[in-house]
Design a protein around this ligand. Structure first.
Ligand code: AN0
Ligand code: CP
Length: 320
């Protein structure tokens, strides 16, 4: 593996989940694999889980890790080509990425969307330039349109906690006060659609009208605008806010109450409730659920280590 950007970079979902769970059972089994290899983690945006779990995964594999908070500690980055850099940007991504590629065997990049320029965001301009100019394998730590380490984690967590062969999984939109990216729900939908194709889950997406995701991510999913009916018989409810794709980056007022709480949980098959975190309590998801027996959010965050570790292991195995 020399790129981990989307579900297309993985052939068998079943095999990668099994490999991740084997690492969970035996975290240090491959600690010689990463000796003298360096992972560089580059953040253009904040992070708690991705930052720490990926470092932990790399350390379990014996790697050295360097972290660059580009947004705070780096030079202001120019990503456009053909511009005279006489404004506020100091360094071009062509040089910055190439230099980081000289210091590292594998790089990770977090780059949120602008939520202003839909075309640039959905073409993944920045991420693709980083891949092109750094010259080493790249792991997405969440790009403009996807968060594959999160989605792999979510699949691992569902596999561990499912009580039936083919659980019903519902991605449920939730309220928020800010415009958030579509990356987490796009990615979750992309991975769950593939899991559904492989007979592993039954997948539904529930959101208010106006919050449709780009169809490239939702093929095969059942889509509902009625949360209560979508929740019927759900085994897993994956709660997440996102801003509009159609009216790009906009937040529409929604009159019904879409916050997941115990009353809505009662409609489900005693569902486990998931969220990628960070979560705003009592806005997206009720405290009673977060503090109760149905929440999987901490187990889910814990599994981030094994998702990162299986990806880094596969990349290390393929390094020339
Ligand atoms: C980000 C998002 O929704 O993409 C990161 C989630 C992992 N969340 C926030 O900005 C709150
Ligand atoms: N879920 C997730 O990616 O969290 P961070 O933004 O804290 O890394």
């Amino acid at each position: 593996m020399n790129k981990f950007f989307s579900v297309a970079d993985v052939d068998s979902l079943d095999a990668i989940v099994k490999e991740a769970l084997a690492l969970k059972a035996n975290p240090h089994a491959h600690e010689a694999l990463g000796k003298y290899k360096t992972l560089g983690l580059v953040f253009l945006n904040p992070s708690l889980r991705t930052r720490l779990s990926t470092q932990k995964a790399a350390m379990n594999l014996g790697m050295n890790v360097m972290v660059m908070n580009m947004d705070k500690d780096g030079w202001a980055l120019e990503t456009r080509d053909g511009v005279v850099m006489n404004g506020t940007t100091v360094e071009h991504i062509r040089e910055a990425a190439a230099v980081m590629g000289e210091y590292c065997d594998i790089l990770g990049l977090r780059s949120f969307p602008s939520l202003k320029d839909k075309e640039a965001d959905y073409n993944e301009d920045l991420f693709n330039k980083f891949i092109k100019y750094c010259g080493v394998p790249v792991v997405s730590l969440e790009s403009a349109t996807r968060h594959p380490l999160q989605s792999l984690t979510d699949l691992i967590t569902i596999s561990e906690h499912k009580k039936s062969e083919k659980p019903k999984v519902v991605l449920a939109w939730a309220p928020h006060v800010k415009a958030l990216p579509q990356a987490v729900p796009n990615s979750f939908a992309e991975w769950m659609s593939k899991a559904q194709e492989q007979g592993l889950v039954d997948f539904t997406i529930a959101h208010p009208k106006g919050y449709e995701l780009s169809e490239e991510f939702t093929t095969g999913a059942t889509i509902s605008h009625d949360l209560s009916s979508a929740l019927t018989e759900a085994d897993f409810v994956y709660v997440k806010n996102w801003s509009s794709y159609k009216e790009y980056g906009q937040v529409y007022p929604v009159s019904e109450n879409w916050m997941m709480n115990n009353e809505k949980l009662a409609l489900t098959n005693n569902a486990k409730v998931m969220h990628c975190l960070p979560v705003r309590r009592d806005l997206e998801l009720s405290s009673e659920i977060l503090d109760g027996p149905n929440s999987l959010v901490i187990q889910e965050a814990s599994n981030r280590v094994w998702a990162a570790q299986v990806v880094l292991k596969r990349m290390l195995e393929d390094l020339k």
